[in-house]
Design a binder for this molecule. Structure first.
Ligand code: ADP
Length: 594
């Protein structure tokens, strides 16, 4: 965890050019605090001059006091308003600054980071917490100086007039502090954090619930099938209750502390009256303290809100910091690693590679293999055998626990992300298009490619025919304001992107689960064209095209248990033979039941 930063530091760090308003804003807050007390002071003076000279009035003096009171109130309101405007301006920049820093930081993180985190959740964490920071700076930061300064001035002035009344207020202040202490104790903070996480959880599970409604309806399930959502609601309810109950006693104590002074001052005044040298002065002083108590209580409430706001702000920034603490994988300069692999024949070489996600269970174990230039390899094996992990390691989604991976003889630890993806083309299981035209989607790697080149790539990917049948052809927009395509069509547009990028290494996940038979044939044909003259490694789920690969690599428990051309492997690797026979059985079963 990063250490907590003060709000001033945060404004300076993320507020960019607008942080220059910080000092004026703080000065305005000081003036606001001082001028907001002056009307009370003049009111006290007015009451004194009326009572002491009764039934005579010095109307000139009283009018002057009234004018000063009105003037200081106007000045106070004006300063508070201007400080609030400046705080709003800074708040917008801090919010945007936080978003910019977080989103650009995320772009530098290794791709592996996104495998275990939902992109929607990441966006929500940044958006929600940047907005919360905005809200604190815009609405609560202008109360910071008045919140601290006013109680201090009030405390000093109490002792100047009559220390006995002052002691009553101090007693109530101690009660209020006790109430605050128990609400902001470490267990209180913990409860607040748990409450916030429960709120976040209920939000994301709610999204999952709405996404799953079609499944619930089709399979005639009840809402109770959403166990996680139900648990999130129950957790939220428990934390809310727990959090609220933990505030019950402090809340009662706080209210006593707030309303007790008025009663105690009145009682004390009555008790002191018989022995008072000047009873009238005593009554005026009592009125002064009642007025002061009103201001004092308002400041106290402000402080409570500020403390709650600060607590929420720290939690919000803590969540953003959790993202910022993740770092990009370093590019080794003078690494101890072997930098070059002497075998120039190998397009990719894995040298005793071991990897675990959690530092405990090895998912890839001591694996060595050379992938030759221009040859095609199919990775096969049961689910969980490590196929996806291996492909991701080649593209340096994660760093290895031990061993090394070389591309064109160079250790990938010495290569930047750009270097790696200049040489590697990846076609993922779930393809994504951005909300732009087909043209821009296909040439996103190199915007200088012409429309003709894009069309050629679409043709190779068996996508040109359907694209040209659209009214605006390659200029058709994708997404909310354009057209939606079927999964197979999206796959083919993504393949056109790969054709246009034309990198020497192709890493593919054969994902036909969401694709109909026509699309499957078209995609397989396009993939076969795409892998020509490239080092291709493809995760193969359906073994019908196994024979078209130069080598099959059979994985089990993160190790290679057999490799070679299909025919050889059928003879030599009993696990592969079994997998292939099982696959053929499922195909027959599917044909029979079709
Ligand atoms: P395959 O592609 O062969 O189905 P994977 O490479 O996806 O296998 O997974 C290999 C093992 O690693 C599995 O046991 C899986 O549960 C685990 N695994 C995969 N991805 C992650 C992840 N992001 N975090 C932790 N464990 C993972």
């Amino acid at each position: 965890m990063q250490k907590k930063e003060s709000i001033i530091k945060i404004i300076k760090k993320y507020g960019r050019s607008k942080s220059k308003y910080l000092l004026p804003c703080l000065l305005l807050q000081v003036v606001t605090a001082l001028t907001s007390l002056l009307p009370i002071y003049f009111l006290w003076k007015i009451i004194r001059s009326i009572l002491f000279s009764f039934p005579e009035f010095n109307s000139g003096l009283i009018s002057r006091y009234i004018l000063w009171a009105v003037f200081s109130q106007i000045l106070s309101t004006f300063c508070a308003f201007t400080a609030s405007i400046l705080a709003h301006v800074m708040a917008f920049d801090v919010e945007n600054g936080l978003r910019e820093v977080s989103f650009s930081h995320i772009l530098d993180l290794p791709l592996g980071y996104f495998q275990s985190r939902e992109s929607g959740r990441l966006r929500k964490i940044i958006d929600d917490n940047a907005a919360l920071t905005h809200s604190f700076i815009a609405h609560q930061f202008p109360d910071l100086v008045p919140g601290v300064l006013i109680p201090l001035i009030v405390l000093v002035s109490m002792f100047v007039v009559d220390f006995r009344f002052a002691l009553i207020l101090i007693f109530c202040l101690v009660l209020a502090m006790l109430a605050l202490k128990s609400s902001f104790s470490s267990s209180g903070k913990k409860k607040m954090e748990q409450y916030q996480y429960a709120l976040e959880n209920i939000n994301s599970e709610g999204v999952e619930y709405f996404r799953g409604i079609p499944v619930v309806k089709v399979f005639q399930q009840s809402v109770w099938s959403f166990n996680r959502f139900y648990k999130a609601i129950k957790d939220y309810e428990d934390y809310c209750l727990d959090y609220t109950i933990s505030f019950r006693n402090p809340y009662i104590l706080m209210n006593i502390a707030l309303y007790l002074p008025y009663m105690l001052i009145a009682i004390a005044c009555i008790l002191f009256l018989p022995t008072a040298a000047n009873p009238l002065a005593l009554i005026v002083d009592a009125i002064f303290y009642i007025l002061i108590a009103i201001i004092f209580n308002m400041s106290l409430m402000r402080l409570v809100k500020l403390a709650t706001g600060m607590g929420n702000l720290n939690i919000a920034l803590g969540k953003i910091n959790e993202i910022l603490e993740n770092e990009a994988l370093p590019v080794a300069e003078n690494s101890q690693e072997k930098d070059m692999f002497p075998d120039k024949e190998a397009s990719i070489h894995l040298d005793e590679v071991s990897f675990s996600y959690d530092g405990k269970r090895q998912v890839i174990k001591d694996l060595s293999y050379s992938f030759e230039f221009g040859k095609s390899y199919a990775l096969v094996g049961k689910s969980g055998s490590g196929k996806t992990t291996l492909v991701n390691l080649i593209a340096r989604f994660f760093d290895l626990d031990s061993g090394a991976i070389y591309i064109d003889g160079e250790n990938i630890k010495r290569m930047s992300e750009e270097d790696i993806f200049d040489r590697i083309n990846m076609v993922f299981q779930k393809q994504r298009l951005v909300k732009d035209s087909i043209l821009e989607n296909v040439r996103m790697y190199d915007l200088d490619k012409s429309e003709e080149e894009v069309k050629l790539a679409l043709e190779k990917a068996n996508a040109l025919e359907f694209v040209e049948s659209l009214e605006q052809g390659v200029h058709t927009g994708y997404g909310s304001e354009g057209t939606y395509f079927s999964a197979g069509e999206v796959q083919r547009i993504a393949l056109a992107r790969a054709f246009l990028k034309d990198s020497p290494i192709l890493l593919l996940d054969e994902a036909m689960a969401f694709v109909d038979a026509d699309n499957e044939a078209e995609i397989l044909e396009a993939i076969n064209k795409l892998k020509e003259n490239k080092t291709t490694i493809m995760i193969l789920h359906r073994l019908n095209s196994a024979e078209s690969f130069d080598e099959i690599i059979m994985l089990e428990g993160g190790q290679i248990i057999g490799s070679g051309p299909h025919d050889l492997l059928i003879e030599e690797c009993k696990e592969y033979k079994k997998l292939y026979e099982e696959y053929k059985k499922t195909v027959k079963w599917r044909v029979k039941n079709a």
